[in-house]
Design a binder for this molecule. Sequence first.
Ligand code: C2O
Ligand code: CU
Length: 718
Amino acid sequence: MTALRPALLVLFGALLPGAPLAAQRPCDPQEPRGPSHDLYCIEMVPTGFADRATGMAELDWPGGPFTVAVAPDGTHRWRLRLILAGLPDSLLRGPRAAFVAWALPPSLDTMIRLGVVRNGSTTTAPVVALDRFYVHVTAEPDSSARAPTGRAVLRGESAGNRLRPADNYQFFLGALDPGAQRAAPAAPSGHQGHHAPAPADTMGWTAIPMYPGLEMLPSEMALRPATRAWRPPEDPTAPPARPREVRTLADGDTLDLAAGVVRRTIAGRSYTMFGFNGQYPGPLLVVPKAATVTVRFANKLPLPSAVHWHGLRLDNKSDGVPGVTQDPVPPGGSFTYTLTFPDAGIYWYHPHVREDLQQDLGLYGNIFVRPPGPAAVDREEFLILDDLLVGDDGLVPWGGETPTHAAMGRFGNLFLVNGEPGWRGIAWTGEVVRYYLTNASNTRTFNLSIPGARLKLVGSDLGRYATEQWVESIVIAPAERYIVDVRFDRAGSYALINRVRALDHLFARFFPEDRILGTIDVGRPVRSRHSARFDRLGADTAAAAEYRSVAAQRGPVRTLEARVEMTGLPFVTHRLMQLDSMYFNPVEWAGTMPGMNWATTGSQARWILRDPETGAENDSIAWKFKVGDVVRLRLVGVREVLHGMQHPIHIHGQRFLVLAVGGVPNELPVWKDTALLPAGGTLDLLVEMTNPGRWMVHCHIAEHLQSGMAMVFDVERE
Ligand code: C2O
Ligand code: CU
């Protein structure tokens, strides 16, 4: 770590106390706009040896470049802060005696020593990685004890520990068949997670794939979405899609970009899908910083569309949002966009009309805005991550009038990198490869690693970190981008792997979901000009100075709550969701409630951004700012809703820094346009209003956006 880090810590730490929004921690006296006390603060209970003792254990964000901290296997990481009072000092006999805090998983098989704690004070313990656990405080005759031997004085358990296997009530509910008139789903057929095709219901739905290895209740699997099943009409004349091409554009160039129907062959099966210029993903546009490029967009889809240039601080007229900056482009129509690229970085483009199906069908591509000067690495790779939901009779249809999967978003079961399952990359031993990662999935947050290789995180959405960081894995939510350098020190084959902890709601257990997304074949050693530099963590003093000066500014303060309202749900869905609301994991990493989620449509779920100052929601929010304003925006994931989950919040046309996560100051700011708000958590953002126009804020889970979770704000010229 360079000397820069303490300076930034002081800067961001110092900024918060005087700031208009005090950083609110989970165990602070409860205030409605803080992180959830219920999920992130353990209230400990005194034992018979300590009737007046009180204690709280706060699950704090431990810092790092991602707003959600996890170990490489996907277990959440916490820095526990223990706030204790009224401990019976009479239990401490002898000069070496002390109170000691411990964390234990529910199996009680490992005891993690959190350290000596003192009566009447707050202790920050080392970082632990645990899904669910107990916290105990004991009076130890010897403060250096490796395992507890003394009397327990306080005990508590994490919110995750409230999960219990379904009781009889839930099983009875599960036996109900709300759709007895419909075709019963076929029995699960082993590990592939496919059903034998069942006859379609009147809306065209059959069944969706089960989650491999999980039991589902019959009533859940009998649910069907109340909207028409839609798939792109078969088009035998559609051309087979080609892998993406690189299009290098210079200042003043014009690009023709057409969205059209293509044939795709994926894992040996053929599908009618969409593509830009007949490619998967769309062409990779490489442009110099500060260039201006004209794009002539032609819509050859059977649906209205438009193209949004995600992350670019461009002219508002070219932002590509129907209803806000343009009319939808009808089938056969066209639209001309003028793109400008003020910031080096990695961006992407996708439609802003029914993202849940248009983007999912393959309409996305990267834009690389090359910084001036030579690249500091041997090789550059641009990887777009996605997942596709495939059933026995092809792609699972999308909702005709409104999205399906409006609860958790459409999780796929086939992982794609650059549109291909089993992606293969190459490198030579000793080379430094720079990976530009973009998450184009509808809802999935990835936790990526390359076992055997060291990962150096250098940048994110719109810029570079002031200090580069070694990371063990990369947490990337929909629409986010991360830039990571990797040096392969031995020849061989390396896996690009997604490792998360999925939640089995019926049996109340966390289990590993590990999926290999691709392989990197590393050949013989070569001489690399960049290899030696890889071992050092670079510092960007200009970026650090910029972050510091922006963060020192004062400006308007706003709050946005993330909520949901569900209406007209089948009784079974409503009750099972209520039971599941006992606990929300900070991130819903896997689609382990496939039936309920699928059958919930955008007419039943209304996802909400709410301004608590005015009570206005979604499109009735009318915020106005001026160019030059630096806005402090607190995002609050409201816990007390029927289904709480994470939201990757995206702001169009501007850039922002994350100042704090759950009230803990962020030491590693970087310019972003999308940030992941954990369930029940808070993010404090600093949004720099530099670009006049009418811009959108929304959740980038495609089904949440289509279910209302969006607003616009105006930025006026000074
Ligand atoms: Cu990438 Cu409004 O979106
Ligand atoms: Cu969302």
